[in-house]
Design a protein around this ligand. Structure first.
Ligand code: GRF
Length: 217
């Protein structure tokens, strides 16, 4: 069983999907701790309800990124993988390097399009035909690390910011993140320099919704 730490700051819907998939035996991994950068994050309650260990490392109690990251690292207890799930802090290069290849994030856009915040607004403002989400390795470049899997859908004329946020979560995020963790836990994914290897071969393009295994559909 691989040991997983999940870092959150918000509602924890991605965390819920990861917890459910682990509990259902779909992933050979155990979430050993959920750490929140915010004391009132809804995801903390979800984790407690599932009987998971939780810890709050509140960024506002630290006067620098480095001291915050040191406290995070101290709270982590040697996980195999660290998953950022709605975690709203930018990590230092030292932290990112220490966990290189074992640290992944989910981002609500089709990277490299729309890194950063307000991705749904950006999709509408640019008139994008497609939207979705990406699971990627975390590197020193914000939202810029190599993508593992992306799920996408067509933007509809009636879509709003809220409907896009909802569709990204329901149609994409809660499927691709558990699937990506399952592949990681089975040692099928590796970060090789700047390329992702899947089942021993470099990926030319990120994996997609058509690659989901039946239990993650
Ligand atoms: C997700 O859309 C995630 O991609 C983004 O923030 C949102 C977090 O939602 N980074 P939740 O906390 O998982 O409910």
């Amino acid at each position: 069983m691989k040991k997983i730490v999940v870092l959150i700051s918000g509602q924890g819907r991605n965390l819920q999907a990861l917890m459910d998939a682990c509990a259902a035996g779909k992933i050979p991994a155990q979430i050993v701790k959920v750490i929140s950068s915010k004391p009132d994050a809804g995801g903390l309650e979800r984790a407690r309800r599932a009987g998971l260990a939780t810890e709050i490392v509140a960024h506002k109690n630290f006067d620098s990124r480095a001291s915050f990251d040191a406290a995070l690292a101290a709270a982590m207890a040697e996980p195999d993988f660290v998953l950022l799930a709605g975690f709203m802090r930018v990590l230092t290069a030292d932290f990112v390097q220490a966990y290189r290849g074992r640290l992944v994030n989910i981002h609500p856009s089709l990277l490299p399009r729309h890194p950063g915040l307000k991705t749904h607004e950006a999709v509408l403002a640019m008139g994008d035909a497609r939207h979705g989400a990406s699971v990627h390795y975390v590197t020193e470049h914000l939202d810029g690390g190599p993508c593992i899997i992306q799920g996408e859908f067509m933007v509809q004329a009636q879509d709003t910011r809220d409907s896009l946020a909802e569709r990204v979560m329901r149609e994409v995020e809660v499927k691709i993140y558990p699937q990506a963790l399952a592949w990681m836990a089975r040692d099928l994914l590796r970060l090789d320099g700047t390329r992702v290897q899947f089942r021993g071969k470099a990926l030319e393009h990120p994996l997609g919704l058509t690659d989901l295994e039946p239990e993650f559909l």
